[in-house]
Design a binder for this molecule. Sequence first.
Ligand SMILES: [Zn+2]
Length: 240
Amino acid sequence: MNTLIENMKGCLMRVDCFTVGAFTVNTYLLTDEATGHAAIVDTGETMELVQRLQTLDPAPDIRMILLTHTHLDHAGALSYLQDEWDVPTYMPAKDRPLFETLPMQGRMFGMPHLDRPCGRIDHEIYDGFSVPLGETTLRFLSTPGHTPGQGCWHDDADIIVGDTLFAGSIGRTDFPLSDPSLAVESLRRLMNLPGAMRVHSGHGPMTTIDTELRTNPFLGYIRRERNIPGPPGFSWAPGT
Ligand SMILES: [Zn+2]
């Protein structure tokens, strides 16, 4: 029994959510309980996340910054965070073209005062990439559609999905560089994960894979494909 508990100890990761900025984006602090090593996932577009992390006691032992995708609200404060925590930063490789637009994304969304510098990327990563955080292994699952590189960071119990999936909704696929047909396939992949997995979205409340698979109106096509009872949902892209 003790051995079991010891083994499990290394697998435990704490997930703290910080909702920040004009877009009320959810950013996350992932902490490996065994070592205290921590990772920031996504940034907001203001100094707010820096300020909130600075007030934590004890101070978090931040070892890396991970991005789900590079819209302004998820990556716009990267340089502010890096001024405070000079740690390796990981970005989905296929979001590079979008990342390069950060200095003009504010203007693109009608808010030129929110144009931001790009910050520094140390590692461009692909589907299946994994990185140790203390005794936890964080894995990257590529789920493009909302953006070309949009992806999710997860361990065995929790997944940070960015704007891939929300409680009762999905990320928009009508932005420049979005691709609804990719989102259709990405959501299928996401719904192959264990049902009990906790889903932490880029906006709105936490949910689970199973809850969304049974009830999300955008996932009716997956329910039909898998003979899962639930509302029919509506067609939002070819094949759904
Ligand atoms: Zn987004």
